[in-house]
Design a protein around this ligand. Structure first.
Ligand SMILES: Cc1ncc(COP(=O)(O)O)c(C=O)c1O
Length: 299
């Protein structure tokens, strides 16, 4: 993506946060409203308020796997609404939207003539199921945000990007050029290296995270009381079931059992979904799901 800007549909930014702030500054005027998820990443509120616009929260429903109720989202839309921000997969819930939800949100944006800002920085950090990119359903109305902070554990390098219609990307570029000029060129080359099609780097980042969740978080959540912890443990459990369904080897199963017992120091193997970035004919990012099997020998 860093290399393929010639048609103007991709802007490389100083982290995804700068891409989001540039979009908000480009589209919102004082008093405009932007829908944001609740619970959600708190920075959305600050960047919208900095642009003198108003954040309007829509609920992510725990009973629906932390997906929004489309009718409830629509009820929050007013004549001042400019955009809907979605975050899929979500920080902080870890919820992943299914295709019907993503498609429904894009259709809502189309129906009410809104931008759909799709924050997909966690697109690769999925253990089971598929990440559905919103741009798949409308490349003219959707602005896709991602970066290297999460997938490649490169937060400090400050490289993100936005993909969307040329006129919006151009406006964002104008804003960026007056605020940061451009993201650091050295960091861009480092990000380019991460994005080259060498799966081992991505799988290492995801394996490390999966290992942490399986070995550290899951047993601790099991031991905690309270609805939230139990619900989170249930979600972990579902991921683990999905791993088993994927015909886990004995080694994998024993790792899962060990994790439930609170033991670590075992070798284990996890099936992990990653997305392969491709550029479509019109230059908008597209992804396709591909399952790989990551292997980590814990020392
Ligand atoms: C949902 C979400 N979007 C965007 C970002 C920003 O990422 P970056 O480091 O690329 O600015 C974060 C960082 O925590 C995040 O959680």
């Amino acid at each position: 993506m860093v290399l393929t800007q010639e048609n103007g549909e991709v802007l490389v930014t100083a982290g995804a946060v700068n891409a989001l702030a540039a979009i908000v500054a480009a589209i919102a005027e004082e008093g405009d409203e932007i829908l944001i998820p609740d619970p959600g990443w708190p920075n959305y509120v600050a960047m919208i308020e900095l642009a003198r616009a108003a954040p309007v929260r829509y609920r992510l429903e725990p009973e629906q796997g932390y997906r929004p109720d489309l009718a409830a989202v629509e009820a929050r839309i007013t004549p001042r609404t400019k955009a809907i921000i979605i975050n899929n997969p979500s920080n902080p819930t870890g919820g992943v939207f299914d295709e019907a939800t993503v498609r429904g949100l894009v259709e809502l944006a189309r129906k009410h003539d809104l931008w759909l800002i799709s924050d997909e920085v966690y697109e690769d950090l999925i253990f089971a199921g598929e990440h559905v990119p919103a741009a798949r359903f409308d490349s003219e109305r959707v602005i896709t945000i991602s970066g290297v902070s999460k997938s490649y554990a490169m937060t400090g390098w400050r490289i993100g990007y936005a993909a969307g219609p040329v006129h919006l990307i151009k406006a964002m570029g104008t804003i960026q050029s007056q605020s940061t000029s451009n993201p650091c060129s050295v960091a861009q080359y480092a990000a380019l290296e991460a994005l080259m099609p060498d799966f081992s780097r991505l799988s290492l980042a995801i394996e490390t995270l999966a290992s942490f969740e399986l070995e550290c978080l899951y047993p601790r959540l099991l031991a905690l009381e309270g609805e939230f912890a139990q619900r989170a443990a249930t979600r972990f459990r579902q991921d683990i079931e999905a791993i088993r369904d994927a015909k886990a080897t004995t080694a994998k199963e024993s790792a899962i059992v060990d994790a439930e017992r609170g033991e670590s120091g075992v070798s284990h193997c996890l099936p992990i979904h990653r997305t392969e970035r491709r550029r479509s004919g019109n230059g908008v990012l597209k992804q396709s799901g591909e399952e790989i099997h990551g292997r980590l020998d814990a020392s």
